[in-house]
Design a protein around this ligand. Structure first.
Ligand code: BDR
Ligand code: CA
Length: 309
């Protein structure tokens, strides 16, 4: 039995690795890739997603969605990901076409048609929140939303208190958390343990295929910023943690908690307020993944990337 999923994404080097991991994994049936503005503007995220699909030789439809957050201007992160969002390896103009259906329309129709589908948001939650607002009934068909975002023990990376994906569109994140869907969050707490160290990247480079080299080159580019910022041996490989959770949940440590997003303007806009120690009587609304077996994660990544061209 394969698991039907839709990946909602803003590639982004780590998004690209997540897409490759998903498309290399036979347990997952990726029904579509929906793109959103985030790391770079929408025309680039949707172009980048198509370049990544090309690397797999697979036929997966790519859709462009929302070009700006629900109620505020877009914040991008070229200073991390480069001008294209996918700086690093030279990737050709894609053959995979951009579908002429809006990503939100595709999301609504695909979820209606696929009871038990899983959504995997890897960027700001604008597309997912728009779909849930326009068609709230689709929540009944969503098995789970497994997303990268937020932080508790590792609180913020774009502001002292907020993680990028939540900070860019906190209103959308709030809508998703209140939607009634089963939500699993892979926050900075977890992803900051999944570092692209030299030995791990060299192992991917030695896989002997194009995908391994491309992933190492993507990491070579984006880790320069994070290594300087955090003083670590490599960069957090955020978004692939979402896919790895679907494949091998035993690699992770998680806890049921209540999470609220701060949507107020001010210092803590976009912060995830996590009742980790259950000091309120608010029942859990999220599975919060705080830890990862990083060696196991990179072994899985290598094993799966080796199946690609
Ligand atoms: C998240 O923000 C983006 O820069 C990454 O692609 C990841 O989804 C990490 O905060
Ligand atoms: Ca992302």
């Amino acid at each position: 039995m394969t698991r039907p999923v839709i990946i909602d994404t803003d590639p982004g080097q780590d998004d690209a690795v997540a897409i490759l991991l998903a498309l290399a994994s036979p347990e997952l049936d990726v029904r579509g890739i929906t793109c959103v503005a985030g790391n770079v503007p929408l025309p680039l995220t949707s172009l980048n997603a198509r370049k990544v699909v090309d690397l797999t030789g697979k036929d997966v439809p790519v859709y462009a969605g929302c070009a700006a957050p629900l109620d505020r201007p877009l914040v991008t992160a070229e200073y991390v990901h480069g001008r294209t969002g996918l700086d690093g390896p030279a990737l050709p103009v894609p053959v995979t076409p951009l579908q002429d259906i809006h990503a939100v329309d595709f999301l609504i129709d695909a979820v209606k048609a696929t009871p038990g589908i899983t959504l995997c948001p890897l960027g700001p939650l604008t597309n997912i929140a728009t779909a849930l607002t326009r068609a709230p009934g689709i929540v009944r068909n969503i098995k789970e939303i497994v997303m990268m975002g937020g932080g508790y023990f590792e609180q913020g990376n774009i502001t002292p208190s907020a993680e990028f994906n939540i900070h860019v569109d906190p209103t959308a994140a709030d809508i998703v958390l209140r939607s009634g869907a089963q939500v699993t969050v892979l926050p900075l707490d977890c992803t900051h343990q999944a570092l692209t160290t030299r030995p791990r990247l060299e192992a991917l480079r030695r896989l002997g295929n194009r995908a391994g080299v491309v992933v190492a080159e993507l990491a070579d580019f984006f880790e320069r910023y994070d290594k300087e910022k955090y003083g670590t041996d490599g960069a957090p490989l955020h978004d692939p943690c979402v896919i790895a959770w679907l494949l091998r949940p035993e690699l992770f440590v998680a806890r049921e908690v209540h999470v609220t997003v701060d949507t107020r303007e001010g210092l803590t806009l976009g912060a995830t307020v996590v009742d980790y120690w259950r000091v309120t009587d608010r029942g859990p609304n999220v599975t919060w993944v705080r830890g990862i077996n990083a060696d196991g994660f990179f072994a899985l990544l290598g094993e799966r990337l080796a199946r690609l061209p």
